[in-house]
Design a protein. Sequence first.
Length: 190
Amino acid sequence: MSLLFSQNKPRPIILAIICPTCAKQAIFISGISKKICKKDIPLFEKHPSFGLCFSVPTTVGVDYYAVYFPGLHEPDASYLSAAPDDQPTSRWTGNESIDNGTAICDHCLLRKKHFLRWPTDAFFQWKIRHGKVLWAWNREHAVELRDYILSKNRTRTPTSFSLPADFKKKSVRDLICKKINASLLTGLSS
C-alpha cells in the first residue's frame, strides 16, 4: 500500500531500504538522469557507471535517458568525472522520482544497480492493523512520523504530513509509536 505522507515534500535522494542480498538495512541512492540523443547511446552503454532508460513510445517517438548510478564505482558518488569525455555534466540534475539507482549495503558490502520497488523495499515499514502498512523514507522520516503522530496539536502547514486517518486514530497511536521506537532502537522494522 503506497501512501503519500506529504504533498510538498519530495522523496529524498537517499532512502533506507532492505538489502536485496542480506535483508539488513542498506541505502538506495536515486540515479541522476539526463535526456540524450540517440547517437550518444553507445557512449553510455559502454560506461560502467551509467545505464540507459527509454520513455514509453508515443506518436512523437521515444526519448532516451542516460542514468548515472551514484556510488556504484566512485566512493564519493561524484558523477562529474565519470561521464564520457564529450558529455558536459553541468546540466545533469538529481531526480528524486527516478526509480533506478544504487543499492549500497555496509553489512554484506553490496554495491549494485537497483530498481526501486516502493514501499516494498522500504526498510522502515510497520504493519499496523487490517493489513495497513505505514512506512518512512529513512530514519529521520521515521522520527518525524512518530513525533507527528504523538503531537497533540497537528496544525496544517504546507509541509505537514498528509497521513491517512487510520494512522492518526487514538486507538492505534501507542501501537504505531511502540513499533517505530522499537525499529529505531534495534534497527529492525516489523
